[in-house]
Design a protein around this ligand. Sequence first.
Ligand code: GLU
Length: 287
Amino acid sequence: MAKRSRQAQVTRFAPSPTGYLHVGHVFSAFTAYHARGKGGTFHVRIEDIDQARCKDKYIDAILEDLNWLGLDWETPVRKQSRHMLDYDKALKKLDFKDLLYPCFCSRSDIMAEIERSGHAPHGPGGPVYPETCKKLSNTTRDCFIGKGKAHVQRLNTKAALAITGPLEWYEINQGLVKANPAQFGDVVLARRESRTSYHLAVAVDDHLQGVTIVNRGADLALSTDVHRLLQALLGFPSPSYDHHRLVKDVNGQRLAKRDQSLTVRSLRDRGWSPIEVINMSGFAKSF
Ligand code: GLU
């Protein structure tokens, strides 16, 4: 195999097709494209496991906008919804280690349990799951599953950390960062509607695509705590991370897909050129 030059990296831009790209995505995509270095590889990955929110028309528009901006990427583009078997394989590996349990709680069951117990540890994403279903016997679990009761699969995070011990990841520009997956409690790894979750699919895909640097917005830095744990459990090497600043609007608010005015589409329609859109994202100023 040809030896990679020192700076050659494998990077990716991984949008969810729930809307049009905005200038924040442009910054992220160009950061990842630039980070691949000379002779490196850049992937565009479509994160469409949430089939209720993702639309084909956005996939087409995202690829078309990226092409218009002048980016090129490895083909074929990986669409997560077509790779459910890969996520299933990872789930089975975790199940084999006895690290998963089915959870039958609805959102209101969880809130009621938190209220009843009188205390609710809070994680970055809100109250932490009170582990109600972890206490169920195997007989009850089998009975519920036999009756077709809807459920998700949760990670037994304490048991997982007992296997891995303390973890850290390498943050470019910062150095080693301690991972704290325990703060999220027993996260969902397989949802009711799809046999995976954002966390599981990202950890598996970054590994299968050989990603060496993950460039993404600072808002996703917290997810890395969980991704790092999954990598350790699944025997995947950990990429380096660059959680970059978020592009804000004139009011200092971070951009969202619902803000139509700063989508690449609308800027194109208003006659902006690719370089004007790239400059607006602030990308050039960062290098
Ligand atoms: N699909 C995620 C998003 O569009 C990004 C995930 C990632 O980069 O890990 O926000």
